[in-house]
Unconditional design. Structure first.
Length: 72
C-alpha cells in the first residue's frame, strides 16, 4: 500500500465520483492512473504510425477463407 497526498477538496470530489460509480475511492484512482498511462503508452508507440504503413502490412495478409476451427 502507498499513501499519496491530495488536496482535501479534490479527495471530496473524487469520493463523490467513486460513490456515483459504486466503486471504492482507491479503485477509482487506480483506474484513472492506469488509463492515463495506457493512453501515454499507446500514444508513444503510435507516434511513427501511418495509414500507409498499416495498409502495406494488411496487403501482405492472404485473401483466403480461415480454417473451419477459426471461424466465428
Amino acid at each position: 500500500m502507498t499513501t499519496i497526498r491530495l488536496p482535501e477538496s479534490f479527495v471530496k470530489h473524487l469520493t463523490q465520483i467513486a460513490e456515483q460509480h459504486g466503486i471504492p475511492l482507491d479503485k477509482l484512482v487506480e483506474r484513472a492512473v492506469m488509463n492515463y498511462f495506457s493512453e501515454e503508452y499507446f500514444r508513444e508507440r503510435t507516434k511513427n504510425a501511418s495509414r500507409e504503413k498499416f495498409l502495406a502490412v494488411l496487403n501482405k495478409v492472404p485473401d483466403v477463407e480461415p480454417p473451419e476451427y477459426d471461424k466465428l
